[in-house]
Design a binder for this molecule. Sequence first.
Ligand code: GDP
Length: 198
Amino acid sequence: LFARHWDFITSVKEMHQLPDLGGVEIAFAGRSNVGKSSLINKLTERKALARTSNTPGRTQMLNFFGAEHTQLRIVDMPGYGYAEAPKGMVDAWTTLIFKYLRGRSTLRRVFSLIDARHGIKKNDLDAMGILDKAAVPYQVVLTKADKLKPGQLERVKEDALKILAKRPAAHPEVLATSSEKGTGMDELRAEIALLVSY
Ligand code: GDP
């Protein structure tokens, strides 16, 4: 799945621009700077694939990636939580995301990225609220795990699991990853491969 050559497919700002349904989608969500681009690049072994998502004009869009001869599409969701984001932009984000989440029958899971140093914050909870409301399964993936000592990481994981236990659409397991060190990539790839196989 990830040995293939991954490419950018399209950017979507409005629902009518969505690519036709086909195969299986997984999406990545998280606060700006959480390490989402780095994780997608690492996962697909493309050094700058997800940079396309961070180019001006694309940061507010859903960005789709695909590879030849695979059923899987990766969707890079716009980062949230810009301190300076005007309310209108936040509302537009919420509207597009909710419509996409609600209407996308091929979307199997959203990976909700959380910076391991910070844990789950208010705006992460807001995003999870949207996922719960849309009834889309999501799984928390801690990023930048290399920044913590093993004991600290365990505590962050446990805290996250406690929060997730009360959330209807949350997956009951948390993955810890580091794009820098490659930690957790095999587990994440295995998790995705499972989602594609049924
Ligand atoms: P995005 O805004 O969520 O796409 O975040 P980026 O992937 O651009 O990463 C934001 C910052 O975090 C950059 O400076 C990265 O170098 C850094 N970063 C990303 N992943 C890791 C990681 O696994 N470990 C460490 N230590 N830093 C990381």
